[in-house]
Design a protein around this ligand. Structure first.
Ligand code: GAR
Length: 222
């Protein structure tokens, strides 16, 4: 990510986190930051739903939280603009889609500064309607022997954009969607902070449709 002109060298990365549900990935980021394992601050959480556990988690952590629901806007452009305003006002460096289940039309000012986490190895088992347990059900039904999670730069399609890193999780004999989901989520809890730290340390950045890695960056697939 190109360093914004107003970001002091070595200042913690200012995050905006977008959620729609339980906020488990949000909680993971809160915990890592509080433990001193991730040099970042969460400046704002934007939720596309009001009555979800993620909102309570944000509030419990004392993080400013805005509810921006698509049904409160007259069209998708207005909805996206409302999200953009929240993020701009909070002056965030990086936007993290952490279980955000609607499309936000990413404006030019946030280009190259939006990442998503998905609980499978994109381009497989992803896209509109494939989230939560549905993803793991899809993996098990397909007979794939390997799953995992992906952190990628986001574009204006669901679960699409250049990959920053993937963590592999083998599908074990007798796995149910629930048992696989548990192990994939453990991988997610490492992958998302790792990707954010790589961006903060300028080990990876986005150029056009590519993720570009610094020479000494870790391998994108582990
Ligand atoms: C994320 O950890 C990710 O696995 C998934 O939602 C989780 C957060 O959900 N994202 C996607 O499936 C994106 N297609 P939660 O807020 O319900 O814990």
């Amino acid at each position: 990510m190109p360093r914004p002109d107003n970001k002091a060298e070595n200042a913690p990365l200012r995050l905006g986190v977008l959620i729609s549900g339980g906020g488990r990935s949000l909680q993971n980021l809160i915990d890592r930051i509080q433990a001193g394992a991730l040099r970042a601050t969460i400046e704002i959480v934007v939720s596309s739903r009001r009555e979800v556990a993620g909102v309570q988690k944000a509030e419990a952590a004392g993080i400013s939280c805005s509810i921006v629901r698509e049904k409160d806007s007259t069209n998708h452009g207005e909805f996206s603009a409302a999200i953009t305003r929240c993020l701009r006002n909070a002056n965030v460096d990086l936007v993290v889609l952490a279980g955000f289940m609607v499309l936000w039309k990413i404006p030019e000012e946030f280009s190259g500064r939006v990442i998503n986490i998905h609980p499978a190895l994109i381009p497989d088992h992803c896209g509109k309607g494939l989230y939560g347990m549905r993803v793991h059900t899809s993996v098990i039904r397909s007979g794939d022997t390997m799953s995992g999670c992906t952190v990628h730069y986001a574009d204006n399609q669901y679960d699409h954009g250049p990959v920053i890193l993937q963590r592999l999780v083998p599908v074990e004999h007798g796995d149910t969607p629930e048992t696989l989901a548990r192990r994939v989520f453990e991988a997610e809890c490492k992958a998302l902070p790792q990707a954010i730290q790589m961006i903060a340390n300028e080990k990876v950045w986005q150029e056009g449709h590519e993720a570009v890695f610094a020479a000494n960056a870790t391998a994108p697939r582990t």
